[in-house]
Design a protein around this ligand. Structure first.
Ligand SMILES: [Zn+2]
Ligand SMILES: [Zn+2]
Length: 225
């Protein structure tokens, strides 16, 4: 399956094609809608062909563009219920270096505030099979980075990971914010079972299966808990 990567600023956004139209995964920062409209034009895709928007988790770099994109596409918005229930998203069990980094980024980023509450059309409890909506993929619940973080796994073995995986720093694929280390480790074990060939992270370039195994499963401190 061809996965289209979009760069509207903030986090990576991805588009997957279904039988009826497209699923957009994440929405970048405020102002993303105009950029996404321009970027999808290059693929001959119109905004009203986007039928669904999945929010992998409620961080501003993934949800900032949601309101404008919802207006532009009239797509149905999907989010995991746990992401809206739990308010303690600022808890961070990451390592000290990342915790400092997150504080610095928060201080210098004016948009670093929570967006208006998301009003979803579809709330996921657990996983969600997307086949009945015409996509060859499933949404799986992978808490850890945040309570309601999800990944999309396609039938051909690709994983769109949100911030469950990062690719911003040398030899590390851990997110810089970790809401719950134990749950994150369990989610990595869950992803291991899915046995994907490639992982598309919320930030940075795609991650190979080998690097997922080497840098997360074999070596990871989270896995040893
Ligand atoms: Zn992010
Ligand atoms: Zn995040």
């Amino acid at each position: 399956m061809d996965i289209i990567k979009l760069n509207p600023g903030g986090a990576n956004c991805y588009l997957i094609k279904g039988s009826e139209g497209y699923l957009l995964i994440d929405t970048g920062m405020k102002g993303a809608a105009v950029k996404i409209r321009r970027q999808i034009r290059a693929y001959d895709i119109k905004p009203d062909q986007i039928n669904h928007i999945l929010i992998t988790h409620d961080h501003y770099d993934h949800t900032g563009g949601l309101e404008e994109l919802k207006e532009m596409t009239e797509a149905q918005v999907i989010i995991h219920a746990d992401e809206l229930k739990d308010n303690s998203k600022n808890k961070n069990q990451s390592n000290w270096l990342f915790r400092v980094l997150v504080k610095v980024i928060g201080a210098i980023t004016p948009e670093g505030k929570p967006e208006a509450k998301i009003q979803p059309d579809v709330m996921i409890e657990g996983d969600l099979d997307l086949h009945e909506w015409g996509y060859s993929a499933r949404i799986i619940h992978t808490p850890g980075h945040s309570p309601g973080s999800v990944c999309v796994v396609t039938d051909d073995g690709q994983c769109i990971a949100g911030d469950t995986l990062f690719n911003m720093f040398p030899r590390s694929h851990y997110p810089i914010i970790v809401y719950d280390r134990k749950k994150l480790a369990d989610s990595y074990r869950r992803l291991e079972k899915e046995d994907c060939t490639v992982y598309h992270p919320g930030h940075g370039e795609s991650i190979t299966k080998e690097n997922f195994q080497k840098r997360i499963l074999n070596k990871g401190k989270y896995m040893k808990d």
